[in-house]
Design a protein. Sequence first.
Length: 95
Amino acid sequence: MTLEALKTAKRVIGIKQVAKAVKREAATEVFIADDAEVKVVEPLETLCSEHGVPVSRVSSMKELGAACNIEVGAAAAAAVLIVAAGLMFRAAGGR
């Protein structure tokens, strides 16, 4: 998934919410900003590795925040599955 696709995908934003999505196996891909503090994102990278979730790097928190349609920076975001009636669907363009 590209950063552009993240703009319209179902997503969660922030280290804690992304970690929860990874633990619930709802995250399909995680995006981490290169300028986020290492001590903050390192545990998330480890968690993603343990759960087999791909991680993509983004140059800045500002860029990641903009891709998530928020006015502040974001250290991490994840595209997530949509759960309906007990079934999981991969978010495709937010639909």
